[in-house]
Design a protein around this ligand. Structure first.
Ligand code: MG
Ligand code: MG
Length: 254
C-alpha cells in the first residue's frame, strides 16, 4: 500500500479524532489506581469514545475483544483488559485508538499504579523521552530512518532494551498504514517524510532483554525475561516545521 498524504479535510477529522483520544487518555490516566481493573478502564474508554460519536479502533480489529489494550509490568503491548485489580507498584501501558468519521488516531502511555520503584520510574521517563526524540526529527525532508535512529541512539546510550518485534506506522483510513516506523535503524534511510503524512511513533522499551513472546491468548506480547516494559505513542501530522501532535494531552474536543 502506498503512503498517503492527507487532504486538509482529512487532517481536520484526524485533529478531532486525536482530541477525543487525548481526552480519553487524560481520564484513564487519572483513573489508574490500586484496585481498579483494566476492564473498568476499558469500559470507561468505550463510553467516553462513544459519547463523542466515535468508535474504539481496536474493538473487533482483527478480532480483538476489547476497546483498549492494557499491558501490565512485563507485558509490552496488546494486553487484553480483564477483571484483575491493579496493584500498587505495578505499571500499566494503555493503548487507545479512536475512529471518527472514517479516520483513526492511535496513542499510548504508561503509568505507575501508585508509587513505583526508581528504576521503573526511570524506564517510563526514558520511554517518553525516546518518543520525543523521534518526534523532534519527524518533519518533511527527513526520512523514516531519521526517526528510527534518533530513538535507537537515545535508548541504547542509556542501556535500555528496544523491542524490535513491533513498530510505529502510518495511520489514517487504516489503523496501520505505510510506512512502517521501526524504533531502530539508520539515519538518512527509508521513505521520505512529506507534509500531510500522518504517522504513529511508538517506542517500546524494556528494563532487561527486549526479546518478546506471545501469550496463549494470541494477543498479549510480553518480555521473555519478565522484566518490565513501557510504551509511549502519539499520532502526528508531518509538516515542513515541527510536527503537529494530534493526540497531545490538553487538546480541546470541538
Ligand atoms: Mg497504539
Ligand atoms: Mg500504533
Amino acid at each position: 500500500m502506498a503512503i498517503t498524504i492527507k487532504s486538509s479535510r482529512e487532517i481536520e477529522i484526524m485533529r478531532r479524532s486525536g482530541a477525543i483520544l487525548a481526552e480519553v487518555e487524560g481520564r484513564l490516566l487519572n483513573a489508574v489506581q490500586p484496585g481498579i481493573s483494566t476492564e473498568d478502564l476499558d469500559r470507561m474508554a468505550r463510553e467516553l469514545i462513544e459519547k463523542h460519536g466515535a468508535k474504539p479502533s481496536f474493538l473487533g480489529h482483527q478480532g480483538f475483544p476489547k476497546s483498549i489494550c492494557a499491558s501490565v509490568d512485563s507485558e509490552v503491548v496488546h494486553g487484553i483488559p480483564n477483571t484483575v485489580p491493579l496493584e500498587r507498584g505495578q505499571i500499566v501501558s494503555i493503548d487507545v485508538g479512536v475512529l471518527l468519521d472514517g479516520y483513526h488516531t492511535d496513542s499510548a502511555f504508561t503509568v505507575g499504579v501508585g508509587p513505583v520503584s526508581d528504576e521503573v520510574e526511570d524506564l517510563m521517563e526514558v520511554t517518553n523521552a525516546a518518543l520525543l526524540e523521534g518526534i523532534q526529527v519527524a518533519r518533511a525532508g527527513n526520512r523514516v530512518g531519521d526517526i528510527s535512529a534518533a530513538i535507537q541512539v537515545f535508548v541504547e546510550e542509556l542501556n535500555y532494551g528496544i523491542v524490535r518485534d513491533l513498530t510505529g506506522h502510518g495511520v489514517g483510513r487504516q489503523l496501520w498504514e505505510d510506512p512502517t516506523i521501526p524504533n531502530y535503524g539508520e539515519a538518512g534511510t527509508g521513505p521520505l517524510l512529506r507534509a500531510g503524512m500522518t504517522i504513529a511513533i511508538e517506542p517500546m522499551i524494556t528494563l532487561g532483554d527486549p526479546e518478546t513472546y506471545v501469550y496463549p491468548d494470541g494477543w498479549t506480547i510480553a518480555t521473555v525475561d519478565g522484566a518490565p516494559a513501557a510504551h509511549s505513542e502519539h499520532t502526528l501530522l508531518i509538516t515542513n516545521g515541527d510536527p503537529e501532535i494530534l493526540t497531545k494531552p490538553g487538546a480541546t474536543v470541538v
